[in-house]
Design a protein around this ligand. Structure first.
Ligand SMILES: Nc1ncnc2c1ncn2[C@@H]1O[C@H](COP(=O)(O)OP(=O)(O)OP(=O)(O)O)[C@@H](O)[C@H]1O
Ligand SMILES: [Mg+2]
Length: 384
């Protein structure tokens, strides 16, 4: 695992628990933005089986990619790194030209990881497949500070939590690999898994501590390095940050990990238009809010030499979540009269009936999430 704070080349894996939340849109446009700030950037499409990052860059799917690299020994990693239409931005395609590479063997995965670790660039962004497949977890754990994208809807929030829980479990597994007794305990935890009976991270650590104090100390040290950043996508209103704060609390209390929040992106129809026409957002939405929001994320990254450590002005706000909330509020004020945003559809345009349905659906979602958080933190007792 690369510790991005100390690394000259920063690897930023971008993941989500739920599919279709806007990862690839973010990867493509964050890459374009970082490159426009003069940072040598490489985007790698690691969504094997679902590679489509090229479309968001306005590129045709005719270049060799990871699929060719893993299935043809004569193809080197250098062969599959191609120039994008943007200065400073290179691209490593996924597996659109080769079928059947979604399930990499252990050796193929190791080879892909070690080649990515050797890419010469300032920033290496990895577009991951959604969900908690082991390969995805290992790609996410290539650095200590990946980005986790979620919409503010309850199912996506819960899947984001579930994804991070799997990441933490995988990290514990990896750091205990040389401790036989502790590894056996973890294997038993997985094998004996009953619905709703997997022990929580705190319980696992307690048990590991009983088996070996040294092993537990090593695991805790590894966990302390983990600094994921949340990016909220397709938000509707600043109040969406409340559910994100619930996610943060859940991560802090149940996973013993401290997440950051890198930014809040509003739902913007311009994204759909660009995707529909397979043109990069940077071309059609030059003055759009979404590009400003993504630029802001790029600036936070570039201006934090020791990213994810950010030089935050905490006299103005509490922390990165407070900053994202203020930004979401400022943007909301700006986009109300904006023609491309859904928030403009107040009862004037949508019928009052639709508006009421929307509000009650959201209330229901918040209620469901509260119920789940309650079950996870209190109702479920010590069992998660
Ligand atoms: N901020 C946004 N506003 C409006 N629509 C968006 C926004 N971000 C993404 N979308 C839409 O959501 C769809 C899914 O986005 P995207 O492909 O980036 O998601 P993903 O998380 O990469 O999905 P997958 O898990 O399938 O790889 C896109 O077609 C795009 O039109
Ligand atoms: Mg994608």
């Amino acid at each position: 695992m690369i510790i991005n704070q100390d690394a000259r080349r920063k690897i930023l894996p971008i993941a989500s628990g739920k599919g279709g939340v806007g990862k690839s849109v973010l990867v493509a446009n964050l890459g374009i933005s970082l490159a426009s700030f003069g940072q040598r950037t490489v985007l790698v499409d690691l969504d094997l089986g679902g590679s489509n990052l090229h479309t968001y860059l306005g590129m045709k799917n005719r270049n060799l990619g990871i699929g060719n690299f893993v299935s043809d020994k004569s193809v080197t990693f250098q062969d599959i790194r191609v120039r994008s239409p943007y200065p400073n931005l290179d691209f490593v395609p996924g597996d659109v030209l080769v079928t059947g590479t979604a399930n990499l063997t252990h050796a193929q995965k190791r080879s892909v990881i070690s080649n990515i670790e050797r890419i010469d660039a300032d920033y290496i962004l990895l577009d991951l497949g959604s969900g908690s497949h082991f390969t995805t977890l290992d790609f996410f754990l290539m650095s200590n500070s990946g980005l986790l994208v979620t919409t503010p809807q309850a199912p996506a929030i819960l899947n984001a939590y579930g994804f991070l829980k799997n990441v933490v479990f995988r990290l514990i597994q990896q750091s205990l690999s040389s401790h036989k007794a502790a590894t056996k305990y973890l294997t038993d935890v997985v094998r004996d898994k009953q619905p709703n009976s997997t022990p929580g991270i705190a319980q696992i650590l307690e048990r590991v501590e009983k088996i070996s104090k040294r092993a537990a100390a090593e695991v805790r040290a590894e966990l302390a390095k983990l600094r994921p950043s949340i990016v909220v996508s397709m938000g509707d209103r600043p109040e969406d940050m409340e559910i994100v704060q619930s996610l943060r609390t859940l991560i802090e209390t149940k996973l013993e990990v401290e997440p950051m929040c890198l930014g809040f992106l509003y739902f913007d129809y311009i994204v759909r238009e660009a995707v529909g026409d397979t043109v990069p957002l940077a071309l059609v939405g030059r003055d759009s809010l979404i590009l400003k929001e993504i630029d802001r994320i790029a600036q936070k990254i570039v201006h934090s030499e020791r990213f994810p450590d950010m030089p935050l002005d905490t006299s103005e706000y509490e922390d990165s979540f407070g900053l994202a909330t203020i930004e979401a509020e400022d943007d909301y004020a700006e986009i109300n009269p904006h023609p491309h945003t859904r928030v403009e559809q107040t009862p004037d345009q949508a019928t009052a009936e639709e508006f009421i349905r929307l509000i009650s659906a959201q209330k229901q979602q918040i209620k469901e999430l509260q119920g789940t958080i309650h079950a996870l933190t209190i109702g479920g007792g010590r069992r998660e």
